[in-house]
Design a protein around this ligand. Structure first.
Ligand SMILES: Cc1cc2nc3c(=O)[nH]c(=O)nc-3n(C[C@H](O)[C@H](O)[C@H](O)COP(=O)(O)O)c2cc1C
Length: 179
């Protein structure tokens, strides 16, 4: 199975990026997870959508070829980061590569709310984009107080109960993708 991760933070030591890497490393026997780079994407411009830059063509092709998508995002000002919305806007137009695609979301934040407001916003956006949304009930990866749940040395998610829950949710997502 081939999955891609879209991470809503460009920060080098991003907790959300480390969460993607943790999922990747713990599931090498189950799927190939490619973490896509949003840095290469220009701002969405409708004038360019029919003849987009090569970085957009490559990004859309990778999403299109994936069996499923894991969106892992921080919350910025009670919503999703602009870089993530920009990526979703590119994906939503012309060849609408997310229609019917299995998608799950997850997030990590330093505060207590664990990205819940961003998750609610992204679900609304993904509904407009007609994805096959992984049911959130029982599957909400909302990591709060990230600074004590990720290892300061390796950066990886190390809080045991959280790692176990993430493994369980990812297993259910794999089944959902395979259905
Ligand atoms: C511009 C900005 C806005 C933020 N707004 C929120 C917020 O609304 N809710 C929240 O829980 N954390 C907020 N934070 C804190 C993030 O949870 C924290 O910076 C987190 O580490 C970002 O994820 P990352 O480590 O993947 O970059 C904000 C951070 C930034 C830089």
């Amino acid at each position: 199975m081939k999955l891609v991760a879209i991470v809503g933070s460009l920060r080098k030591d991003s907790y959300n990026r480390h969460l993607a890497a943790t999922i990747q490393e713990r599931n090498l026997d189950k799927f190939d997870l490619e973490i896509l780079d949003l840095r290469v994407l220009p701002f969405y411009n409708q004038d360019e959508e029919n003849n987009p830059p090569q970085s957009v063509v490559d990004f859309k092709r990778k999403v299109n070829e994936a069996d499923g998508v894991i969106i892992i995002t921080p919350e910025y000002n009670w919503s999703i980061p602009g870089v993530l919305k920009n990526a979703l806007d590119w994906l939503s137009r012309v060849d609408k590569v997310l229609i019917g695609k299995p998608v799950m979301t997850a997030g990590a934040a330093t505060g207590l709310m664990g990205t819940i407001r961003a998750q609610l916003h992204i679900r609304q956006i993904l509904t407009a984009m007609q994805v096959k949304l992984f049911p959130p009930a029982g599957n909400e990866i909302l990591i709060n107080q990230a600074s004590i749940k990720f290892d300061p040395e390796s950066g990886r998610l190390t809080d045991e109960a959280t790692v176990q829950f993430v493994d369980e949710v990812i297993d259910r997502f794999v089944q959902f993708v395979a259905e």
